[in-house]
Design a protein around this ligand. Structure first.
Ligand SMILES: *Cc1c(COP(=O)(O)O)cnc(C)c1O
Length: 395
């Protein structure tokens, strides 16, 4: 099969050619250790600084606020565990939401076992955290609030600026998992009162195994890895130079092209949603229509298993997802869909399509056609659907 339509950009993105080209020298001739003092090392050190500047440029912060990590999961672990451990004497209460990524949820579970108390905030039926509800959950011993910027399954963009503003009066540290947001929507941690922000390179056309944590000026966070002096002693270990160089380039490209990519993807997204809603019976859009990531379409279809449809679409060269990639293969349905109130069968019939700037209208048309065929085939095999269809002669 030669046709491939990749609509799973929330799981990961294709590394862009420009990014790969920028990385290549650092995988070949520029192999020096950035900590060495001869030229070969110094060149690498400069390359790290360039990447730090490129990322800082997108966040309107200083390069020294950026600490390189191995990805979104590590950044989330560092932020949560670091604050929990260093502030334990001030309190052991942490607030997060029920629809965070597992990198946050399972880190909270880990902390819970070690004596921390976690409040998981409910979200509304579109996945929004209510700032007033968060304020009510705040206590004197709350040391940390962690709310994701944008949800990886349903695309909900949280009111991070508003939450940050409300938290100004409280000493709790504010962390946001911006893995789905960085490079996709404008972010200003400084202006929003965000203390810590996680991002991951492979979600914005950079290489995998690379990410960063933004740490605001003056915030005391303990080191994550102990050893050498890399990352100012905060995250020891010889740097993933090629990865970091690639991430820096990817950040710069995403930052400069965001203004044109975002509206383009949004219009394709809305076109796809419109076609699905008007041409396919028994479906429901999950997540909001406004304040939604420009590339996210998540729809539940009755009378089918999402996973079956994913496999059928794969045979047509279309890559998509039935739940988040992290939980694919497990039979449990998505915690996010459950928390926005979907009944179990609707959660299991959910499909997520996440576009990118290279997705075309033709890709979407082809996908919708193949989706219609797959749904029809699959639904016909469902006795519930056939008996229901018999007496419900619609149209
Ligand atoms: C992908 C993702 C992560 C994990 O990032 P990795 O770099 O794959 O470890 C964390 N949070 C969110 C919201 C994500 O989408």
């Amino acid at each position: 099969m030669n046709k491939r339509i990749y609509l799973d950009n929330a799981a990961t993105t294709r590394i862009s050619d420009e990014v790969l080209e920028t990385m290549m020298p650092y995988l070949k001739e520029e192999y020096g250790n950035p900590s060495s003092i001869y030229d070969l090392g110094a060149d690498n050190k400069r390359a790290l600084l360039t990447a730090r500047k490129q990322i800082a440029g997108v966040l309107s912060c200083e390069p020294q606020n950026i600490y390189f990590t191995s990805g979104g999961t590590e950044s989330d672990n560092w932020a949560l565990i670091g604050i929990a451990e260093s502030r334990a004497s001030q309190g052991r209460h942490i607030i997060t939401s029920k629809i965070e990524h597992h990198a946050v949820l399972n880190t909270c579970k880990y902390l819970e076992k070690r004596g921390y108390e976690i409040t998981h905030l409910d979200v509304d039926e579109q996945g929004f955290v209510q700032p007033e509800r968060l304020m009510r959950a705040l206590r004197q011993d709350t040391i940390l609030v962690s709310i994701m910027t944008a949800n990886n399954e349903i695309g909900t963009i949280q009111p991070i600026g508003k939450i940050g503003c409300l938290l100004k009066e409280h000493p709790a540290v504010f962390h946001t998992d911006a893995v789905q947001a960085f490079g996709h929507i404008p972010l200003s941690p400084k202006q929003w009162g965000v203390d810590l922000l996680s991002a991951s390179s492979h979600k914005f056309h950079g290489p995998k195994g690379c990410g960063f944590l933004y740490i605001r000026d003056g915030l005391k966070l303990p080191a994550f890895l102990h050893g050498g002096k890399q990352e100012r002693g905060m995250r020891a270990g010889t740097e993933n130079v090629a990865g970091i160089v690639g991430m820096g380039k990817a950040a710069e490209l995403a930052g400069t092209r965001m203004k044109e990519h975002e509206p383009y993807q949004r219009s394709l997204r809305d076109y796809m949603i419109h076609r699905i809603e008007s041409e396919i019976p028994y479906c429901r859009l999950n997540g909001p229509r406004r304040n939604r990531l420009a590339n996210n379409v998540n729809v539940s279809f009755s009378y089918v298993e999402g996973e079956t449809i994913v496999i059928m679409l794969d045979m047509e060269g279309i890559c998509t997802s039935s739940a988040s990639a992290c939980s694919a293969g497990q039979s449990a349905s998505s915690h996010v869909l459950r928390e926005i109130g979907l009944p179990e069968d609707m959660a299991k019939g959910a499909l997520r399509f996440t576009l990118n700037e290279e997705t075309t209208k033709e890709d979407i048309d082809y996908t919708v056609e193949k989706l219609k065929e797959a749904l029809e085939k699959s639904r016909k095999l469902n006795p519930q659907y056939t008996s229901f269809a018999k007496w419900n002669m619609r149209r």
